[in-house]
Design a binder for this molecule. Structure first.
Ligand code: PAF
Length: 284
């Protein structure tokens, strides 16, 4: 595996991988890799000849009171994991390489990025859309793989790719990979490591209460009733607050009063101690 930290090195490395017409996938990450990320890498490997992974803790997607400084950085450990998965290229730019002096552009995806995490994390999806667009243009992959765990992020990136007529990858080549869960159902996340053993046990109420709400919604219950019961279960189970619990159209993320004919998603963000967990499940 080749590790590159500068754009000129990246261009040469990508060109070398592409000389024989090989296909290339990109898996964008912020590092602190876990089984969920490795599942994205494996999915990418199934679909293309070579896989490039980016590791960049993107400052522009963190709010002023968020965990940018505390976000785990473990490049040596991550690099060993990727090497073992047969990744061809690791793109690990510095902040200065990604945002050189004078950097002044931003991509804002209206609508889909405004509710849910967009409402509680102002500016977050502008930061995500801008860095992902840059990563796409830097690596120019045939496909890119993202986890469905960050469902709103995936919807924002797909919308951006469609709206801006991106070609490498095109919107249709943005692959969503199903969420990987721990044996007790908790979605894997780099933030799970912040949970104390007690909080970690309590956190399992999130997937179990969500599964119950999904069943209720699929049985025709109003979204307001099902999500109210879900919120009550989370608070009773040890969560301190619920940012949102809602039923939404899977693509536009418009809120729904009840399940209709098009694919829908149950989306939740809730806080336990200082840790904010998000999860989502298909409904219908
Ligand atoms: O999901 C993430 O890890 C990040 O939001 C991403 C897509 C790598 C952009 O920084």
């Amino acid at each position: 595996m080749q590790t590159v930290t500068r754009l000129d090195m990246l261009r040469n490395a990508v060109e070398a991988l592409r000389t024989d017409g090989s296909t290339l996938a990109l898996v964008p990450t912020m590092g602190a890799l876990h089984e969920g990320h490795l599942t994205l890498v494996r999915e990418a490997k199934q679909r293309t000849d070579h896989v490039a992974v980016s590791i960049f803790v993107n400052p522009t997607q963190f709010g002023p009171n968020e965990d940018l400084a505390a976000y785990p950085r473990q490049l040596a450990e991550d690099s060993a994991l990727l090497e073992a998965e047969g990744v061809a290229l690791l793109w690990a730019p510095t902040v200065e390489a990604m945002y050189p002096a004078g950097f002044a552009s931003s991509i804002s995806v209206a609508g889909v990025s405004e509710g849910f995490c967009g409402a509680s994390r102002p500016g977050h999806f502008d930061g995500v859309a801008t860095v992902v667009c840059k990563l796409f243009n830097q690596v120019r992959p045939d496909i890119a793989c993202f986890g469905e765990k960050d469902w709103q992020q995936l919807a924002v990136i797909r919308r951006m790719a469609r709206d801006l007529d991106l070609v490498a990858p095109a919107a249709g080549a943005i692959v969503g990979v199903p969420t990987v869960r721990e044996a007790d159902g908790l979605a894997m996340s780099s933030r799970n490591r912040y949970l104390s053993p007690t909080q970690r046990r309590q956190a399992t109420v999130l997937p179990s209460a969500m599964r119950k709400a999904v069943a209720e919604l699929e049985a025709g219950e109003d979204a307001a009733d099902a999500t109210e019961a879900l919120e009550a279960a989370l608070l009773a189970g040890g969560f301190d607050s619920v940012d949102y619990a809602a039923l939404a159209d899977a693509a536009s993320l418009a809120s729904l009063d009840r399940l209709g004919d098009s694919p829908a998603r149950l989306l939740v963000a809730a806080r336990i101690g200082g840790t904010r967990l998000i999860d989502n499940m298909a409904v219908g």
